[in-house]
Design a protein around this ligand. Sequence first.
Ligand code: AMP
Ligand code: MG
Length: 345
Amino acid sequence: MQTQHIKIHDISAQEADLRHAAQILKNGGLVVFPTETVYGLGGNATDAGAAKKIYAAKGRPSDNPLIIHIANPADAEQYAVTNETYFRLAKAFMPGPLTVILPRRECIPTETTGGLDTVAVRCPSHPVAKRLIELAGIPIAAPSANLSGKPSPTSAAHVAQDMDGRVDMILDGGSCEIGLESTIVKIDGDRLTLLRPGGITYDALCMVCEHVTIADAVTHKLADGERPLSPGMKYRHYAPTAPLVLLDGTPEHVIRFLRAEQELGNCAILCYDEELPYLREHHLFPVGERADLQMQAHLLFSALRHADATDAEIIYAHLPPQEGLGLALYNRMLRAAAHTVKHVE
Ligand code: AMP
Ligand code: MG
């Protein structure tokens, strides 16, 4: 398949390009588009055939459900059974990086939901995503636009590495601001279960809901044979080819360890900006300052792709804190590292 690449500089001036993309979606085709979290691989969420094409393009197991993207929070009612908690969350966080799981309505086929009776709904804030969904006039199922098992793409160049020739169109909207996938919560009455941490933090959710539980699998490995609350939890995600090892220890101990590793072997390092003066430049990928979790989120997946493209035999990175946006970094990095943490002292 020949993939069309279109750069979007100006949404209103390029309405014709977005209409063209919307038409592809209405015809059952696949369009990759930018969102504020990561790039999404979009198809018509009400069309079982389009859902199948998405799974095929990603090489994704078909029991791992897709998130459906809507233009306005109120549209959720057409595709899911909403409740008061949903509208409270919507008022506080939508449009934005929050996905909610609700009971599914019949118009969303089980092909889209990986066979589940629930559906994941999100209303993105990125202006290209919003306009595209509006013009298509249908909900858009859109998982991250990477091959299954690769880091989610945060730039059109990274999308092209994985998806060129597998989709009809790639809309290039520059780099994604947040850089990590949306926060996912399951709504049960007035209770929330946090299934995947992201740009909307646990603390922010607690401002709106009294009962928020963090699913065990966010911070811990699933036990053999354990049934996850969310199918995606059981798959190894974001996996670089070289093993990733997360380092836990004081800043001084970690730096001394990394300097020694650079002397001895061929490693790549995701480091904090303030560590740059102490390390050799070879295979070194800064991800922002230690205290700047937003920058680290923004740069993480791109840094992992760059580190993975080197000939390094091992990749080192810091074990993130679990507070605030740190929890989302912690969750993604632990999974990318297959839970390998080294304590250095
Ligand atoms: P991605 O589309 O790559 O951001 O991944 C979406 C993730 O959302 C999947 O891996 C699932 O774990 C989760 N998800 C989507 N729909 C549901 C659902 N109905 N119930 C639970 N988790 C879901
Ligand atoms: Mg994904």
